[in-house]
Write a protein that binds this ligand. Structure first.
Ligand SMILES: NC(=O)c1ccc[n+]([C@@H]2O[C@H](COP(=O)([O-])OP(=O)(O)OC[C@H]3O[C@@H](n4cnc5c(N)ncnc54)[C@H](OP(=O)(O)O)[C@@H]3O)[C@@H](O)[C@H]2O)c1
Length: 210
């Protein structure tokens, strides 16, 4: 891992891939700010791996930025994401459309917008986005989720162009499905795909090492 990258922020840090990413980055000696809403899970992360914690809704960019005042963030892992409903589009609650676009697409864009100027100025930074196979191909009952993740994917590609020559890197990790409560309604074949949270978290660590 590049010695220059010392401070990371990980959203969705209280569970799954985010929690494993915090542990993976802490094990490499980075100072890690773990963002989430679940206070108990945040306290556990602080106690077990020494993460700094920020209790905030990822949609509340200003609360997160305020908590990071004076911190030079080198790595932002935009991981928080929801698949809040699984139904054919004509049956989903319209509020779920907003929830998935807000958490999966708008929140990472706003947090990136807030933290990127410092990275560009310091000529040091790495933005990591946790996308989804659901943003690369069509799956049944996933239209709003898929659209949010497809948008995130194209955002990454465009951002990479904007940042050419800036020394700030952009990476998208595109997991398949791993065994988790949110994947329970998926088909057996998808649930048997051999991913683990730690394997996905190690991708972030490997990317930073390059
Ligand atoms: N599970 C899969 O099979 C799979 C497959 C492909 C891609 N992904 C993507 O991988 C990422 C992580 O998924 P996961 O399955 O590891 O997640 P998870 O275990 O369901 O955890 C979701 C995390 O996001 C946080 N979160 C959700 N809404 C939030 C909000 N409004 N504000 C702040 N934090 C919020 C939760 O924290 P709090 O509840 O503490 O706020 C939690 O830490 C997501 O972007 C997901 O789309 C997952």
């Amino acid at each position: 891992m590049s010695d220059a990258l010392r401070v990371a922020v990980v959203t969705g840090a209280t569970s799954g891939i985010g929690k494993a990413t915090v542990q993976a980055l802490r094990s490499k000696g980075l100072t890690v700010y773990a963002v989430g809403r679940n206070e108990e899970a945040l306290s556990e992360l602080a106690a077990t791996c020494g993460a700094q914690t920020i209790r905030a809704d990822v949609r509340d960019t200003s609360a997160i930025v305020e908590a990071l005042k004076g911190v030079e963030v080198d790595v932002l892992v935009n991981n928080a994401g929801i698949l809040s409903t699984r139904a054919v589009f004509q049956e989903i609650d319209p509020a779920e459309i907003d929830a998935m676009i807000d958490v999966n697409l708008k929140a990472p864009m706003h947090l990136t917008r807030a933290l990127l100027p410092g990275m560009v100025e310091r000529r040091r930074g790495h933005l990591i986005f946790i996308g989804s196979i659901g943003g690369q191909s069509a799956f049944p009952n996933s239209s709003a989720y898929g659209a949010s993740k497809a948008g995130l994917s194209l955002f990454c590609d465009n951002l990479r162009l904007d940042l050419l020559g800036s020394s700030v890197r952009v990476s998208e990790i595109v997991p398949g499905a791993w065994r988790h409560r949110s994947t329970a309604p998926l088909s057996r074949a998808i649930r048997q795909m051999p991913y683990s949270t730690m394997a996905i978290a190690r991708s972030s660590r490997k990317i930073l090492r390059r």
